[in-house]
Design a binder for this molecule. Structure first.
Ligand code: DGY
Length: 323
């Protein structure tokens, strides 16, 4: 029997690409150039499976019309708001993702941002590299102590729980969180965390607000000017979730006006383009979507895609079905 035809939209870790080559008739993207919409559409006419990732936009037009051969999108990543899920469903295309394996790496990046923005590590590094450091002095680059502060979390999924665990057990932080559904109290207690009834309660009490809700229509600009304005003037906003959860213009204004103390961001609404207002905003640490960027995690994510495709082509339900 011939192997299923699979097209991968970006470069993947070597070990995973080798496994894909072993199992499938695979077309890899060896020069790692982002594919255009037309190229993605064309790939879906030619392949049984397409393996996109967060930087590919699969809107409704990609699924429209006749001639689509692709039966499964093996998404490399846990988030899938770059794929029009309803359109995929209507076109009979299954979508899978890669949950679970990027929890620790992403939680580490949230902590990295908390520490970097509170301790002004980005500013300090730039100063050293610019040869502008004039030496130790008692008032140089004073930041905010993280230990003992309150972490506010919006959206208490797997990654948020791993962030709470690190913050509470590593830095003695209290954790207050908002989640739409009730989180088991014993589990929350073990993370030093208490569930509150509203997002506003999180915003009003937290020294650091960390976002962990999915992107998409329901959470679009959840952190708008009004909500940012509810944060303490001494508080920091951390986003490792999705860029469009934050109104970036409102955030930049709040940072420049001193409405809040700073922000640590790993994700952006129009990435890789970053709003100029954010690039020039005060007290901001900006990372290039590094949440899951460890060799171990990216390899595990790729292997999850492999498992999903293998199950699908064996006529089984893939382990990580989105739709
Ligand atoms: C995901 O998997 O959705 C991440 O954003 C990629 O790190």
């Amino acid at each position: 029997m011939s192997k299923p035809k699979v097209i991968v939209t970006r470069r993947w870790p070597e070990q995973v690409e080798a496994e894909m080559q072993r199992l499938f008739d695979v077309e890899l993207n060896t020069d790692d150039r982002p594919m255009t919409k037309d190229e993605i559409r064309n790939a879906m006419m030619r392949a049984d499976a397409l393996c996109p990732t967060v930087s590919d936009k699969l809107g409704p037009a990609i699924f429209a019309g006749e001639g689509i051969r692709t039966k499964i999108l093996g998404n490399f990543g846990v988030g899938f708001n770059h794929i029009d899920i309803e359109a995929a469903k209507a076109a009979g295309v299954r979508v899978t993702n890669t949950p679970g394996v990027l929890t620790d790496a992403t939680a580490d990046i949230a902590l990295t941002l908390i520490l970097m923005v509170a301790r002004r590590a980005g500013e300090g590094e730039r100063e050293v590299r610019d040869n502008a450091w004039t030496g130790w002095r008692p008032t140089h680059l004073l930041g905010t102590q993280v230990t003992g502060k309150t972490l506010g979390i919006i959206g208490m999924g797997r990654i948020a729980k791993a962030v709470a665990h690190r913050a509470h057990h590593g830095f003695g932080m209290d954790v207050a969180f908002y989640n739409r559904s009730k989180v088991d109290e014993a589990e929350a207690r073990s993370l030093g965390a208490r569930q509150v009834d509203s997002i506003d309660e999180v915003l009003e009490t937290a020294d650091f607000v960390s976002l962990h809700c999915p992107g998409g229509a329901e959470t679009f600009h959840l952190m708008n000017a009004e909500r940012i304005g509810r944060m303490k003037p001494s508080a920091y906003l951390i986003n490792t979730a999705r860029g469009d959860v934050v109104d970036e213009q409102a955030l930049a204004t709040a940072l420049n006006d001193g409405t809040i103390a700073g922000a640590g961001l790993d994700v952006y609404q129009g990435e890789p383009d970053i709003a100029p207002a954010l690039l020039s905003a005060k007290n901001t640490v900006l990372l290039p979507h590094l949440g899951s960027a460890t060799t171990e995690t990216r390899t595990a994510m790729g292997m999850k895609v492999v498992e999903n495709l293998k199950a699908f082509f064996a006529g089984e339900t893939p382990p990580d079905v989105v739709v």
